[in-house]
Design a protein around this ligand. Structure first.
Ligand SMILES: [Zn+2]
Length: 113
């Protein structure tokens, strides 16, 4: 364990502190996982192992129930302009016909346009 915590990836503040497995930035409120190699940005991969980036287009590879509603994101739904985030659902995006929601990277596949 090192006493030197990495700076906030959002605002570069060096006033980050640790709480359980999370690092927290008091300046912008960003929280992220402290596990893993702090020097290497975490790679988010899709169902077949492609590395995903902000702004990518993906398709959903299985029907996904939308939490708190009766809507289902159908397999094959194309989602443009994804944003990678930390957490269980590591993709933040706007799904056509559904709206803003989180997806798990293992349930999508990158589309090259
Ligand atoms: Zn910050």
């Amino acid at each position: 364990m090192s006493d030197t915590l990495p700076p906030c990836p959002e605002c570069n503040s060096s006033f980050t502190y640790e709480m359980d497995a999370l690092l927290i930035c008091p300046e912008c409120g960003h929280e992220w996982s402290a596990s893993g190699d702090a020097d290497a940005p975490a790679e988010v991969r899709d169902a077949v192992g492609n590395v995903l980036n902000d702004g990518d287009t993906v398709t959903v590879i299985k029907d996904l129930k939308v939490k708190g509603s009766s809507s289902v994101v159908k397999v094959g739904t194309k989602v443009r302009g994804i944003r990678l985030v930390d957490g269980d659902h590591d993709i933040d995006c706007k799904v056509p016909g559904i709206g803003q929601m989180g997806l798990k990277s293992q349930f999508v596949k990158k589309v090259s346009e």
